[in-house]
Every structure is written in C-alpha cells, then in structure tokens.
Ligand binder design. Structure first.
Ligand SMILES: [Zn+2]
Length: 294
C-alpha cells in the first residue's frame, strides 16, 4: 500500500484539525481507514512529544497555588511557542493511521493531552486552541455521574472543579479532539484487585464509546500509576495507547502501553516550556526514572 501524503486527502468544508495546514480527522474517509487491529510499535523518526495538562484557569488565585492549574495567559504563550517552533498537534488516532502507512506525520508532531475532563478544558483551553487551529486529547471518566474531582477531596490544596458533561465531550470530539478514557471512577489502580482494575479500565472504554459513537483507543493511568499487570489489562481491554506521566521509555513508539508525557505545571515558565520541547529534557527525566528504579 502506498503511503499517502496528508495533502492527498480531500479538502473539507470545515477543517477542524490541522496537519501541516490540512484537516484530516474530521474527514470521514480518513476515519474509515483506521483498522481495528491492535497496533505494533513502530519506530519513527519524528516521535511525537506528549504534553500533559489538567486544568487551564482564568483565576490567578487558583493558578498561583495549584500545580495542576495553568493560567490561561501562560497557556496561550505555550501555544505560541508550539506555533513558533513549528510543532503540529496531532492525536493518537493520527499516529495509529501513521503506523498503518496511511498518514505521513508532520515533521514535529506534538500531542496535547488533558486529564480528568474539567469544564475549563472546554470553556477556557478549547476556544484558544481553536483559534490556533490546534486540537488535543481529552481523558474523561467513564462514570458520568461524577461531577467534580471528588477523588481529590482529602487534598486540601486542590480545589473542587466541575467536570464536563456528555454534550461538551461530544462537542470537543466533533471539533477534532480525541476522547480517551481515564477509568470509571479515578481510583489509584494499585489499590484494586485485578478484576476491579479490569472493570475500571474496560468499562470506561465502553461507556465513552457509547457517548461519542466511535472507538476509544487511548487510556491514561490515574495518578500515572502503571505496572506490567495494568499494561496487560489495558491492552486486553482493546486500547492501542496508554499514557503514564513520569515513566516509560523516552521514545514514544517503544512502549505504546506506557507513553511518557511532559507535565506542564502552573510554574512552568515560557522558557521552561520551550526547553522541555527543544532540549533532551525528556531523556534526562528518563535517566532519572531508570536510576530510581534500580
Ligand atoms: Zn486524573
């Protein structure tokens, strides 16, 4: 099969996602080409950088105090850095097309992920990303009756925040965002039996698929906790990709069940953000992780 250049894909009326300026994922033809077969890891030259966000907020009192809350002004500056250095946001779904030789990745792919599914990802981050013609990946909970981050209730330094409803998830998805799963209830999977872990992982996929009406391919481990047993359960549940945080190999494609991400925090300066992208920062984090594991 010949690899198609993304520019060969038919143009769309309302491009939502840009790969070198061409919309791909709102293209139904492109979607049909994704096989349901599990992916094998494939070495690529232009390995995507994966960024992790939780909340993007307008309130400086919150961003001033909470690690996981990036102020909207900083977020905008970070997107400007991505744009300036020619990074092109893609999704894991795009990467899966690439592994099937159906899509050529841009030179500098980046995957912008958001964990937990906060309303501010929809209200604050999404409109700015839209302005930049960028998309991302949102990891939501399968238990749709959970309305706030109640799993953080023991943590006094983390404020309560509202989670997105189903309509907002669908709207994001329609606008080129990939929706991934983050378990049903946000437990720390290390505390659960294998049976309960499997239920949390696989049922979150089923529920979210029923909401967006499409396959959910990517999982994010709550608290970044991952081990061999969990990776097997995630693969058994039918996910093609799974994201940790500070673990996993430095090259994206080496272990698709433990993808390392670069966390963007409230204290991440523009220079800090640029150096995460442009220097071997990830490699240093990886060496530190290996050292600690010994
Ligand atoms: Zn989470």
């Amino acid at each position: 099969m010949n690899m198609r250049n993304i520019h060969d894909l038919p143009a769309l009326e309302t491009p939502k996602l840009y790969l070198d300026g061409v919309s791909v994922f709102s293209n139904p033809l492109a979607k049909k080409r994704i096989s349901s077969k599990p992916l094998s890891a494939k070495k690529v030259k232009n390995s995507p950088k994966v960024l992790m966000y939780h909340r993007v907020v307008e309130d400086k009192n919150i961003s001033g105090n909470e690690t996981k809350c990036v102020h909207v002004d900083e977020f905008r500056k970070q997107l400007e850095v991505l744009e300036k250095f020619n990074y092109t946001p893609i999704t894991f779904e795009d990467y899966s097309l690439h592994t099937q030789n159906l899509l050529r990745l841009p030179q500098k792919p980046v995957i912008i992920t958001f964990d937990d599914g906060y309303v501010d990802t929809y209200d604050v981050a999404f409109p700015i990303m839209k302005e930049f013609g960028m998309n991302g990946v949102l990891f939501a909970l399968g238990n749709r009756s959970i309305l706030t981050n109640k799993w953080d209730e023991d943590q006094e330094d983390i404020s309560r925040a509202e989670l997105m409803n189903n309509e907002q998830l669908v709207e994001l998805h329609k606008n080129g965002f990939e929706i991934g799963a983050h378990t049903l209830n946000h437990p720390n999977l290390k505390d659960l039996s294998p049976e309960d872990c499997y239920e949390e992982i696989s049922n979150s996929k089923v529920v979210l698929e029923s909401i967006i009406g499409e396959k959910v391919r990517t999982f994010s481990y709550p608290y970044g906790f991952v081990n061999k047993r969990l990776k097997k359960l995630v693969a058994k549940s039918g996910f093609d990709f799974a994201c940790g945080v500070y673990s996993g190999p430095v090259t994206f494609s080496e272990d698709l069940m433990e993808i390392r991400r670069l966390e963007v925090k409230n204290t991440t300066s523009v220079i800090g953000f640029a150096s995460k992208l442009l220097t071997p920062y990830e490699y240093l984090e990886y060496l530190w992780w290996k050292f600690k594991k010994q």
